[in-house]
Design a binder for this molecule. Structure first.
Ligand code: NAP
Length: 247
C-alpha cells in the first residue's frame, strides 16, 4: 500500500498496459482516475469489477489528443479530489507505414495521440501539482523511440519526443518536488502486438535476450516503482524495460 491516499490519473486505462497500471496503482492504495476513448464497455466493466473489490477507480471518456477533453478530465479531478499526485501518460497508438507512403494524417494522428496528449496532460497536471509541492509524472515511451524501427517513423518520433519532453519538464519542475520520468518498454503482450504473425513473433523472441515479450503487469510494476517513495531521487530518466532487446 505504498500509494495510500494518493490520487492518480492514467490515460488509456481501458486495456493493455494502461489497464495493468490502473489495477496496480489501485491495489497499492491510490484513488485512480483513468481515461478510455473507444473501449466504452471494457472501461465500464473494469470500473465495476474494481469498485466491487473495494478499489476507488473512476473512468472518464476522453480523446486525450484534444485540449477540451483533457481540460474536462482535470476539471473533474480538481472538483472531486482537489489534488493529483501521479500522472501516467500511457495512451498511445501506431499507424505503421514506410516513410515514402506515410500520409500526413498517419503522422499527425500518431504525434497527437502519443505526444501532444502528454503535453496537454502535463500542463494541466502542473496546476494541481505545483501548489501542493508534490507530483510524479510518468510517460510511457518505447524502445522504438531510442532504437528506431522501419515502418514506424511517426511512432518512433513521438516516443523520442516523449523522452525529450521528460527531460525538459524534469528540469523545470524539480524545484517544486515534481519528478518526471519515462518508461520505455520493448515488446509487450497487448492488442498492439497481437497483429504480429507467428513468424514475426518467433523472430522477435529470438532477438530478445530474455527470450519472451513482457506482460503488461511487468511494465505496471516499473510505473508503480517510479510513483512510489522508493523512487524519490530519480528524475528525468528513461527506464528501459525490454528484456534486453536494445542491448
Ligand atoms: P493498446 O492495448 O492498444 O491500448 C491503447 C490504450 O490507449 C487504450 O486504452 C486506448 O483506449 C487508449 N487510447 C488510444 N487512443 C486514445 C485517445 N485518442 N484518447 C484516449 N485514449 C486513447 O496499447 P498498449 O500496448 O497497452 O500500449 C500502451 C502504451 O504503451 C502506448 O503508449 C504504447 O505506445 C506503449 N508501448 C506499448 C508496447 C507494446 O508492445 N504493446 C511497447 C512499447 C510501448 P480505447 O481502447 O478506449 O480507445
Amino acid at each position: 500500500m505504498r500509494l495510500q491516499g494518493q490520487v492518480a490519473f492514467v490515460t488509456g486505462g481501458s486495456r493493455g498496459i494502461g489497464e495493468a497500471i490502473v489495477r496496480r496503482l489501485a491495489s497499492e492504495g491510490a484513488f485512480v482516475y483513468a481515461t478510455y476513448h473507444r473501449s466504452t464497455q471494457q472501461a465500464q466493466a473494469l470500473q465495476e469489477e474494481l469498485n466491487r473489490e473495494g478499489y476507488r477507480v473512476v473512468f472518464l471518456s476522453a480523446d486525450v489528443a484534444q485540449e477540451t477533453d483533457v481540460e474536462r478530465c482535470f476539471a473533474t479531478i480538481q472538483k472531486e479530489a482537489q489534488r493529483l499526485d501521479i500522472l501516467v501518460n500511457n495512451a498511445g497508438i501506431t499507424a505503421d507505414r514506410l516513410i515514402a507512403r506515410m500520409t500526413l494524417e498517419d503522422w499527425d494522428r500518431v504525434l497527437a495521440t502519443n505526444l501532444r496528449s502528454a503535453f496537454l496532460c502535463i500542463r494541466a497536471a502542473t496546476r494541481l501539482m505545483i501548489p501542493q509541492r508534490y507530483g510524479r509524472i510518468i510517460n510511457i515511451g518505447s524502445v522504438v523511440g531510442i532504437m528506431g524501427n522501419a515502418g514506424q517513423a511517426n511512432y518512433a518520433a513521438s516516443k523520442a519526443g516523449l523522452i525529450g519532453l521528460t527531460r525538459a519538464v524534469a528540469k523545470e519542475l524539480a524545484s517544486r518536488n515534481i519528478l518526471v520520468n519515462c518508461v520505455a518498454p520493448g515488446y509487450v503482450e497487448t492488442a498492439m502486438t497481437a497483429q504480429l504473425s507467428e513468424q514475426q513473433r518467433k523472430a522477435l523472441q529470438g532477438a530478445i535476450p530474455l527470450g519472451r515479450v513482457a506482460t503488461p503487469e511487468e511494465i505496471a510494476a516499473v510505473v508503480a516503482f517510479l510513483a512510489s517513495p522508493d523512487a524519490s531521487y530519480i528524475t528525468g530518466q528513461t527506464i528501459i524495460a525490454d528484456g534486453g532487446l536494445s542491448l
